[in-house]
Design a protein around this ligand. Structure first.
Ligand code: ME8
Length: 649
């Protein structure tokens, strides 16, 4: 039977940029899904690449005295090499300067031109040189570019335009009818808001006298090159060859275009309307994730705070970074990078939890069975809940992949890990080993604990492929993980009795306080901000906090979806709030000031990273901010609408 296909993409990165954790983030996120879908038996095609045309490349090449092609040939390698280091399993790496790509761009331009979808007109507008974009007078902010704030120039020239404006109405309908087309929901609303204005036609050419480094227009070859975005977006299909081949290909439409929130309009408006005009179906999903900052600041060369992935890999290893980026911040929200948080995750999630279960299981196998996996013997009450938990987690993980809820997927896998550790605690193998009868039960317990480790290895393999392989080696399993597949964990008991396990070194050793202090001391981003901030907060005796202390509090806008009084409580109201990417239950002590019905629909401020707490037996996942002058309690809010999930700072 033919396998089901699955196509996933990352943006193609500007070749001039130095790859940083932001780029790594999207690429790792795509890789995790690609790996999971392969494990689930799909025929996966995973595409990434580099965007190599445009003004900035032309300028940078000029400054280094190189021909632009030689310049991009040198630079694109930085991305390719980084993806190899990160174990990225892409099936293709497309470069927009490759002939195969240019051919498809030409074919599409010519087709749209012949069909009257592209026309030429004289145009006067404001042009932002660094962003290579035209703006209308009303777009400008204080006379500057609305995107980057830099100066714009008035330009009057003839250009070619794609008739994008005519597509507005159906696009709005399409977005309304296809809930999953743009995610998260807050981004979808942002685009629907954008489409409330009339949609302009898109200028898709640049005169060669101003910019020569681009794909020449096939119908005006010597005078114009293609606008870099029109060229770049086509990479998602040029990987498959000519239009005929794309139409015939099983991978299109893509299951997911993963992008950062910065490039949402180009994907959900430009690309969607281009596809419609070309006659191709739209991607099933465009997911715009959030933005990584460093100690609360945008990463930039001038602030010297660009987190360089190669250094992180050298210091912590590939899998730790892959894990951290996807565990730390819910996909879709912004996140702040810090080495301290990274070390915290290594110690609590990886060394303590994951390392612990594998290590103690292998240790006991060695001690009581010379490392050989015994045949399960006496059953016990603790077995069925462990097996049931495994099935529940596998099912839920699969559902969460559909939402690209990476952080929740990992949290769910860790629930099973906890269940494994509890199983070992409750069955107390060290006591069982004392009697002959106990030893029969011990055989079952260690068999089940080993199978639990294998289930975990398979579930974490998409996130941490090297770790999963190491776990398999220590468990003595030589069947590759892809061969075992997801099906092998759907039924308990794949691992074979008699397998000789090999306890090796701790997979994730703890980073002790001394080593952690040394790492933080050596961090050189933004002028050693992490350690400087620490020193400052220690020496501060006026009760003041630093900006870093403040940035640790993750304040978010949250929309109240449901509200009800908590029974037997005079003060508490139970709220269900929308955080853009997830919904949470929060208890607020505001019942004396508000009726539940007054609250639904309001946008409030939530402390989103507060440890969950139980109040009147109910879990509260965060805290709502309110002010009080003694008797009146007033909720904090905003004087105009903000979507849910926006960071407040
Ligand atoms: O926009 N946090 O390329 P680009 C999270 N060539 N993600 C980040 C990030 C950050 N701080 N910085 C970058 C382009 N990214 C175009 C794309 S696609 C047809 C053309 C990630 O090099 C994120 O995925 O500026 C963002 O969308 C992408 O890098 C932008 O990369």
């Amino acid at each position: 039977m033919k396998k089901k296909t699955f196509f996933i993409t990352t943006p193609i990165y500007y070749v001039n940029d130095v790859p940083h954790i932001g780029h790594a983030y999207t690429t790792i996120a795509a890789d995790v899904v690609a790996r999971y879908k392969r494990l689930a038996g799909y025929d996966v095609f995973f595409l990434t690449g580099t965007d190599e045309h445009g003004q900035k490349v032309q300028q940078a090449a000029g400054q280094s005295g190189k021909d632009p092609q030689a310049h991009v040939d040198d630079l694109h390698v930085r991305f390719k090499e980084l993806w190899v280091r990160f174990n990225i399993s892409n099936n293709d790496f497309i470069r927009t300067t490759e002939e195969r790509h240019k051919k498809v761009v030409h074919e599409i331009l010519q087709k749209l031109y012949d069909e009257g979808e592209i026309y030429k007109k004289n145009y006067e507008g404001w042009y932002c040189m660094p962003d290579e974009r035209f703006w209308t007078e009303k777009d400008l902010v204080d006379g500057n570019c609305p995107e980057c704030g830099r100066k714009v120039e008035k330009i009057n020239e003839s250009n070619y335009f794609f008739k994008m404006g005519q597509h507005r109405d159906w696009l709005v309908d399409y977005i309304n009818q296809n809930e999953n087309f743009i995610q998260p929901k807050s981004r979808r609303n942002e685009i629907l808001g954008f489409l409330k204005q009339p949609l302009d036609d898109l200028c898709i050419s640049r005169p060669t006298e101003r910019l020569s480094w681009g794909i020449p227009l096939p119908f005006d070859y010597s005078d114009y090159v293609t606008y870099v975005w029109f060229d770049a977006l086509i990479n998602y299909i040029s990987t498959f060859g000519t239009l005929d081949k794309i139409h015939a290909c099983d991978y299109w439409p893509a299951a997911h275009h993963l992008i950062g929130k910065d490039i949402l309009t180009t994907h959900s408006v430009y690309w969607a309307t281009m596809l419609k005009a070309i006659g191709l179906p739209l991607p099933q999903n465009i997911f715009a994730h959030g933005w990584w900052t460093v100690n609360g600041q945008k990463m930039s060369k001038s602030l010297r705070n660009v987190v360089e992935p190669n250094h992180l890999i050298d210091q912590f290893g590939v899998d730790v970074i892959r894990y951290f980026l996807l565990r730390e911040v819910p996909f879709g929200l912004d996140g702040d990078f810090s080495h301290k948080a990274l070390i915290g995750r290594i110690n609590s999630d990886l060394a303590n939890n994951l390392g612990n279960l594998l290590n103690r299981t292998l240790n006991m196998l060695k001690k009581y069975f010379k490392g050989e996996l015994p045949k399960p013997d006496t059953k016990g009450d603790e077995d069925a809940p462990l097996v049931a938990k495994s099935a529940e987690v596998i099912k839920e993980v699969d559902r969460l992949y559909g939402e690209l809820a990476y952080s929740k997927i990992l949290a769910k896998i860790w629930e099973f890990l906890d269940a494994g550790n509890i199983y070992v605690n409750d069955t107390a193998p060290w006591n069982l080993a004392k009697t002959d009868d106990g030893k029969k039960r011990l055989a079952t317990v260690l068999y089940n604990a080993s199978e639990a480790c294998r289930v975990i290895a398979i579930l974490i393999a998409p996130f941490m492929p090297e770790t999963a392989d190491k776990m398999m080696t220590q468990l003595g399993i030589d069947t590759p993980i892809e061969k075992q597949g997801l099906d092998s964990i759907k039924k308990w008991g794949w691992i074979k009795s008699g397998t000789q396990t090999h306890q090796g070194a701790q997979i994730f050793p703890r980073i002790d306080d001394k080593a952690a202090a040394k790492i933080l001391e050596s961090v050189d981003i933004g002028g050693n901000v992490e350690t400087k901030a620490d020193q400052k907060s220690e020496s501060d005796d006026k009760g003041q906090i630093t900006i870093d202390d403040f940035m640790k509090v993750d304040l978010r806008t949250a929309k109240i979806l449901e509200a009800e009084n908590v029974k037997k409580s005079k003060k508490l109201i139970k709220l269900k709030v929308d955080l853009g990417t997830e919904q949470r239950q929060v208890l607020a002590g505001i019942a004396e000031a508000y009726e539940p019905e007054q609250l639904v629909g309001r946008t409030v401020i939530l402390v989103a990273n507060l440890k969950p707490a139980k109040l009147m037996g109910l879990e509260s996942q965060g805290m709502i901010l309110a002010g009080s002058n003694g008797d009146a309690i007033i909720l904090g809010g905003f004087d105009s609408d903000l979507p849910p999930g926006v960071r407040v700072k």
